[in-house]
Design a protein around this ligand. Structure first.
Ligand code: EPU
Length: 302
């Protein structure tokens, strides 16, 4: 979608928004898949309600993009514009055991910055691509931890009230890869309370998680992490592997040879290919195990 209306285009800089016409979502997602639309880069939090009001009254649909690392976007001209936060400087501020983190901060860099300041707890998330806001929304987790356990406060734009609000950690429910945020809430900042630990000890944990991840996941390839959530008490990756589906492909969309719950873009995969592969694998798992796998990857299907 292209924003042509000169009244809107000229209002954007005053709202702290940079407009990029014709952004390619394939360049903004780790899967390397996705069509074209206008990208609005937000440099100020306070004006977000005015920006969204401007889009709404002019009938311009929008979606919020985090780091694009858990996302599958349709091909072609997309029917909505995309909003993305530009990280504020500094993006992490420490205060005792609290880390105040901008939602657009890179997750890995945040984990290492906290580690260097003797704040641990998030070792498991090392190697998970994306932003802190994206990790928060999905309640990202690995190796027995989840980010939600450390959340004390969240600043967000709530679509329901059309305003920026602060929620305390105990007002939010964090479940396995799921939170109580509404789909159109936009994460702006989070305060984490992290346990004190010597840097050396945290580094050891980081190395162990890194090693586990390197040996079991296709890190160098274009993927969106795990495609399906694990069903209770089981592993989607193991089930898909047991069905002999590693390497199974539709066009350039392919089940990873390394971890069967990672589907990779092995070349020029289109969203259509990836969606067909997802549906096919889901159906095979259902037939074999009677289990309906639920997507972990977020799909923006135009
Ligand atoms: N397994 C196989 N074949 C495979 C993949 C896995 O047999 O192709 C087996 C493994 O050998 C292991 C079991 O399945 O015995 C579980 O595998 P793994 O330890 O890799 O964990 P997972 O359940 O597949 C989950 C998360 C990952 C997270 C890892 C590590 C989900 C959907 N996946 O994977 O998160 O990194 O544990 O904690 O919850 C993600 O969220 O995108 C993601 C990749």
């Amino acid at each position: 979608m292209r924003i042509e209306n000169p009244r809107i285009v000229s209002a954007l800089p005053g709202l702290g928004v940079e407009l990029r016409h014709g952004a390619l979502l394939s360049e903004l997602t780790s899967l390397g898949i996705g069509g074209t639309t206008d990208l609005l880069r937000i440099k100020k939090h306070e004006t977000i309600p005015d920006l969204l009001n401007l889009l709404d009254v002019n009938g311009i649909p929008h979606k919020f993009l985090g780091g694009g690392s858990n996302l599958l976007v349709s091909d072609g001209e997309l029917p909505w514009v995309v909003l993305q936060l530009v990280p504020l400087e500094p993006d992490v501020v420490l205060e005792g055991n609290f880390a105040h983190v901008d939602a657009a901060a890179d997750l890995g860099r945040t984990v290492t910055f906290c580690a260097k300041n003797n704040l641990g707890g998030m070792e498991g998330l090392i190697g998970v691509p994306g932003t802190v806001g994206g990790a928060l929304r999905m309640n990202a987790g690995a190796y027995g931890m989840q980010i939600g356990s450390y959340v004390r406060e969240v600043k967000l734009y709530r679509a329901a009230g059309r305003k920026i609000e602060i929620l305390r950690g105990n007002q939010i429910s964090f479940e396995y890869r799921h939170t109580s945020f509404a789909p159109d809430d936009m994460m702006l900042a989070v305060t984490l309370e992290l346990p004190s630990k010597p840097f050396k000890e945290i580094l050891q944990g980081i190395r162990i998680c890194n090693e586990k991840r390197r040996s079991s996941q296709p890190l160098g390839q274009k993927s969106a992490g795990c495609i399906f959530k694990n069903p209770p008490g089981a592993s989607a990756g193991r089930m898909i592997d047991e069905l002999g589906l590693k390497g199974h492909s539709v066009g350039d969309a392919r089940v990873s040879d390394r971890h069967a719950n990672f589907f990779v873009n092995a070349g020029k995969a289109r969203a259509k290919d990836m969606l067909t592969l997802i549906a096919d694998v889901r159906e095979r798992v259902h037939k074999a195990y009677g289990v309906d796998l639920e997507n972990e990857v977020v799909v923006w299907n135009a």
